[in-house]
Write a protein that binds this ligand. Structure first.
Ligand code: NDP
Length: 488
C-alpha cells in the first residue's frame, strides 16, 4: 500500500510525466508541438466557459427534496403531489439583469427555479420571488431585457432606457411598484418567497380541471435589505447571497419553504374580475385563499458549480401528467425560449447531463447530435413492428377550448382589468408608512440617476396613475432633492 495520490492523466486517461514542465528540446529549448498533454490543457482551458445565460446569469443552487402533504391530490393526479411522497429537487436562485460576477444584492427580481426529479419524469417550475412580471406578451421580452441591460454606444446600463421602456409599457406598473419596494432587495435567497407567477392547469384523477398558482413561502421569514444596506453589501461582498446559502447548508441550517396553492375552478376563469392568465396580476388572497400542499427543503450544496449549477437547464415545458399550461401568453412563450436557450448554450443533448437527467429511463426516438452519450437501440422509428416504445393515448395533455380569428391583439379585458389598480392596492393596502417612505425614496433615487425629459415627466405621471398620493410624494421628494442640490 502507498499513500501517494493517484497519477495525473491526460483526459484520455494516459499517465502524465510532469505537472510542471513542458516538453522541450533540452531544458532551455523550444516547446514541442507533440506535447499533447500541454496542448490539451491549454485548449481545454480556452473552452472552459459556455455562454452565460442572457438573463438570470448570476446565481447559485442547492439540492434538496419536496415532500407532499397529500392535500393537492384532490386537484392534481401528479404522483409527486400524493401524500408523503418525497421527491429529490434541485433549486437555483439568481438575479435577472446582472452578468456572471455581478453583485447579488442589487435591486432586481430573483429567479426561483426548481427541478423536481419525479418518478414520472422531470417537472420544472421556473418561478421568481415576485408573483407578477413586467410584461404580459412574449413579443416584448427581448426589448424589455435590452432596456434593462447595456446601451449599444457606451456599454453602460442606463436608467433613462429602463424608465423609457417602463413608462411606455403601463402593464409594468405593478411589478415596478413591487420592485421599488423592500422586496426588490432581499436579504438572502433563504429569506424570500418563490412564486410560480404563471397560472398552470391541474387535472385530478377524475378528470376535473383547475387553474392554479404556486406560492413557496419561506420558513425563515421574509427579510429584506434597505437600499443603502443592499448597496453596501454589493461593495463589501458581491457574492453575499451565494455565500449565505452555501454556508447555511454547510452548517446544517437547511432552508425550507412551505408550498401553498391558489386554486380556481376551471369555469370560474371566464368571469373572474381580473384576467387570471395575465402575468401582471395576482389573484387576491381574499378571492382565492392559499392551501398548504407540501414542503421544500434544501439540504445539500453542489459539489461542482459548473456541472450542477451552470449547466442546470430548467424549462417550464417540462410538465408531468396531471399538470399543463394555461393561456398565459408569457408562459407559452417561455415554453419555446427556455429549451431553445439550453440547446444553444450547452448543446443539443443537454438533457443527458447528470443534473438534467430524469430518474425514469428515457424511451424516445430522438438520437445523435453533438456530445451524445448513448442512443436508444433499434428500432429507430415509430410506428414499428419490432417492439419499440409506444405512446399511451390515455396521457392526453390538459387542454382548454379555443375559437376565433388569428390576430395580433391584447387579451380581452376582464371587468376590473387595469394596469394600475393592483399596483395601487399594493401601495395603499399592503405597505405600512415606513415601507411607503422607502419606496418613494427608492423611486426618487433611481430617477435621479440619469433619467431625463421626456422620460422623467412620464415617470411622474406613471406614479400618479398608481396612486395620486404616491405620485405627489415622488414629485415632491424629487423636487426637494433638486432644491437642496441647488442650495448646496
Ligand atoms: P393581501 O393583503 O391578502 O396580501 C398581501 C400580500 O402582499 C401579503 O400576503 C404578502 O404576500 C405581500 N406583501 C407583504 N409585504 C409586501 C411588500 N413589501 N412587497 C410586496 N408584497 C408584499 O392582499 P391581496 O391578495 O389582495 O393583494 C394585494 C397586493 O399584495 C397585490 O396587488 C400584490 O401587489 C401584493 N401581493 C399579493 C399576492 C397574492 O398572490 N395575492 C402575493 C404577493 C404580493 P406573501 O404572503 O406572499 O409574502
Amino acid at each position: 500500500m502507498t499513500d501517494r495520490p493517484p497519477t495525473t492523466t491526460t483526459d484520455a486517461g494516459i499517465p502524465a510525466a510532469s505537472d510542471e514542465h513542458s516538453l522541450t528540446v533540452g531544458p532551455d529549448g523550444p516547446i514541442l508541438l507533440q506535447d499533447h498533454y500541454l496542448i490539451q490543457k491549454m485548449a481545454q482551458f480556452n473552452r472552459e466557459r459556455v455562454p452565460e445565460r442572457v438573463v438570470h446569469a448570476k446565481g447559485g443552487g442547492a439540492h434538496g427534496y419536496f415532500e407532499a402533504s397529500g392535500e393537492a391530490s384532490q386537484w392534481c393526479k401528479a404522483g409527486f403531489l400524493a401524500k408523503a411522497v418525497r421527491t429529490p429537487v434541485f433549486a437555483r436562485f439568481s438575479t435577472v439583469a446582472g452578468e456572471l460576477g455581478s453583485a447579488d444584492t442589487v435591486r432586481d427580481p430573483r429567479g426561483f427555479a426548481l427541478k423536481f426529479y419525479t418518478a414520472q419524469g422531470n417537472y420544472d417550475l421556473v418561478g421568481n420571488n415576485t408573483p407578477i412580471f413586467f410584461i404580459r406578451d412574449p413579443q416584448k421580452f427581448s426589448d424589455f431585457i435590452h432596456s434593462q441591460k447595456r446601451r449599444a454606444d457606451t456599454h453602460l446600463r442606463d436608467h433613462d432606457m429602463q424608465w423609457d421602456f417602463w413608462t411606455l409599457s403601463p402593464e409594468s406598473a405593478h411589478q415596478v411598484t413591487w420592485l421599488m419596494g423592500d422586496r426588490g432587495t432581499p436579504r438572502t435567497w433563504r429569506h424570500l418567497n418563490g412564486y410560480s407567477s404563471h397560472t398552470y392547469q391541474w387535472v385530478n384523477d377524475g378528470g376535473e380541471r383547475f387553474w392554479v398558482k404556486y406560492h413557496f413561502k419561506t420558513d425563515q421569514g421574509v427579510e429584506c435589505f434597505t437600499d443603502p444596506e443592499a448597496k453596501a453589501m454589493a461593495a463589501e461582498d458581491p457574492d453575499f447571497h451565494l455565500r449565505d446559502l452555501h454556508d447555511a447548508i454547510a452548517h446544517h441550517k437547511f432552508p425550507s419553504w412551505t408550498l401553498y396553492m391558489q386554486v380556481m375552478g376551471f369555469e370560474e376563469a371566464a368571469d373572474y374580475r381580473f384576467n387570471p392568465f395575465d402575468l401582471t396580476k395576482v389573484w387576491p388572497h381574499g378571492d382565492y385563499p392559499l392551501h398548504r400542499v407540501g414542503h421544500l427543503v434544501l439540504d445539500a450544496n453542489p459539489e461542482d458549480y459548473f456541472t450542477e449549477v451552470e449547466q442546470a437547464a430548467f424549462e417550464p415545458s417540462n410538465m408531468v401528467p396531471g399538470i399543463g399550461p394555461s393561456p398565459d401568453k408569457m408562459l407559452l412563450g417561455r415554453f419555446f425560449s427556455y429549451p431553445d436557450a439550453h440547446r444553444y448554450r450547452i448543446g443539443a443533448n443537454y438533457l443527458e447531463l447528470p443534473i438534467n437527467r430524469p430518474l425514469p429511463s428515457v424511451h424516445s426516438y430522438n438520437r445523435d447530435g453533438t456530445m451524445r452519450y448513448a442512443n436508444p437501440p433499434d428500432p429507430v422509428y415509430a410506428p414499428n413492428s419490432f417492439g419499440g416504445p409506444t405512446a399511451d393515448p390515455s396521457l392526453a395533455e390538459p387542454s382548454w377550448g379555443v375559437a376565433g380569428e388569428i390576430v395580433r391583439a391584447a387579451s380581452t379585458p376582464h371587468g376590473e382589468d387595469d394596469d394600475f389598480v393592483q399596483a395601487g392596492n399594493l401601495w395603499r393596502s399592503v405597505l405600512d408608512d415606513g415601507a411607503r417612505r422607502r419606496l418613494v425614496d427608492n423611486v426618487v433615487g433611481h430617477l435621479r440617476s440619469g433619467v431625463s425629459e421626456p422620460v422623467l415627466g412620464r415617470a411622474l405621471e406613471y406614479w400618479r396613475r398608481v396612486d395620486a398620493r404616491l405620485g405627489a410624494e415622488v414629485a415632491k421628494t424629487l423636487e426637494g432633492g433638486r432644491l437642496r442640490a441647488l442650495e448646496v
